[in-house]
Design a protein around this ligand. Structure first.
Ligand code: ZN
Length: 393
């Protein structure tokens, strides 16, 4: 359902500025971060205990497109923890119930309803339209299907689980960190698999874990803080402790070893965290189609010939390090349909931190008829290959 005034993907409207004022006051978020939230597309798998707080907080935060996936109906036993649904929703589809609540929370959100079960056969199709997937599934088959499709498509898999008084949460994003199957290579046998329907769950624990999930999504979209990649948070609500356990990629992981690097977003630790450096030797790719690339070394030659260079990063990143001669042009503006000033027929070179955002920018430019190429490895490759005296981040 379209929002009342969300058709304009450019500047925030006056009512949006008022709505998001407490975000805009945060320098780390600001208008740029809020606009990135509005152009983001997030799929929430499961409108249950974890999906409930995630959907409400992401809707309130102004995530522009929220996909809601569930094949279940609301039952009375759900209401003890699944706070996106109300008593009058019992018997309704969870997707319909959650969509109504999300629309009431924030009419600027475009809601995509997926009233179906996510399976290995459907996962790729379902995830391909999104930048991030949040996994609040209540069964192992769905979690593995989400993990495999997310790794294949190169989108961050923000994952959580709860049982009784305990919870776990992490962000799977190979190659910056492990995928789900790296850390949990196989599901437990059915007779040992914990189930909230049998063992129970304290409702508010869902909010604790769900709040972490929503926070991580906002961080990934806005590019702030240290994402929960390569770390597993383990929560014990009775002791009220949170332990952060380092987790690493499995060298023999069949799910992510040959998959694409995360491309939808530049995610925190970026390409360099892989323990064997595999990411550095791989060309950056994007979900869908390949984009033309140029190496940093070749770019240096092209720039001496007057090549046009765009920097699609945020100002805070530019303040740290930049390729000389690059012109700032935010990715959010490209997503909103704006184009940089240029001579007709000119080739536009685009760079970001490591090549992920620039790949998306190149796809946007090429779809608008502009001849554009992405700088492979971004400014980090420039520092490594052209000017090692420059700082990195
Ligand atoms: Zn893996």
């Amino acid at each position: 359902m379209a929002a009342t005034d969300s058709c304009d993907r450019g500047a925030l409207s006056a009512s949006e500025v008022t709505r998001y004022a407490r975000h805009l006051l945060l320098p780390e978020v600001g208008r740029t971060g809020q606009e990135r939230l509005r152009t983001a597309r997030v799929l929430v798998v499961g409108a249950g205990g974890l999906g409930s707080p995630v959907l409400l907080y992401l809707a309130a935060a102004g995530v522009g497109t929220l996909g809601i996936l569930d094949d279940d109906t609301v039952e009375l036993t759900n209401l003890q923890r699944q706070i996106v649904h109300g008593t009058s929703d019992v018997g309704r589809s969870k997707v319909a119930s959650a969509a109504d609540r999300v629309a009431d929370t924030n009419p600027h959100v475009d809601i995509v309803r997926h009233e179906e079960r996510l399976t290995p056969a459907s996962a790729h199709r379902l995830l391909t339209a999104y930048d991030i997937v949040v996994d609040g599934a209540d069964n192992f088959a769905t979690r593995y299907a989400v993990g495999a499709a997310a790794a294949e498509l190169g989108i961050p898999h923000v994952w959580g689980s709860v049982y009784r008084f305990d919870g776990q949460v992490s962000v799977w994003a190979p190659p910056a960190g492990p995928c789900y199957a790296c850390v949990f290579p196989s599901p437990p046998p059915p007779e040992l698999a914990p189930s909230c329907s049998v063992g129970g769950v304290l409702g508010a624990v869902c909010a604790s874990i769900g709040s972490v999930l929503a926070t991580e999504v906002v961080k990934l979209i806005t590019g702030i803080g240290q994402p929960l990649i390569g770390r597993l948070l383990v929560h014990d609500a009775l002791a009220m402790t949170w332990a952060s356990v380092p987790v690493r990629r499995a060298r023999d992981c069949a799910v992510c070893r040959s998959r694409r690097p995360s491309a939808a977003l530049d995610v925190g630790a970026d390409d360099g965290a892989d323990e064997d450096g595999a990411a550095r030797s791989q060309p950056s790719t994007t979900p869908g189609d390949q984009v033309p690339e140029i190496s940093a070394t070749d770019l240096a030659r092209a720039l001496t010939g007057g090549a046009l260079l765009l920097d699609v990063r945020e100002q805070a990143e530019r303040d740290i390090v930049a390729i000389p001669g690059g012109a700032p042009f935010p990715l959010a503006d490209l997503r909103g349909g704006a184009l940089p000033p240029m001579d007709p027929g000119a080739v536009v070179h685009v760079y970001c931190k490591s090549g992920s955002r620039s790949a998306e920018a190149v796809r946007l430019l090429r779809s608008a008829g502009v001849d554009a190429v992405s700088v492979r490895g971004g400014v980090l490759a420039w520092v490594a290959e052209v000017d090692p005296t420059l700082p990195t981040y």
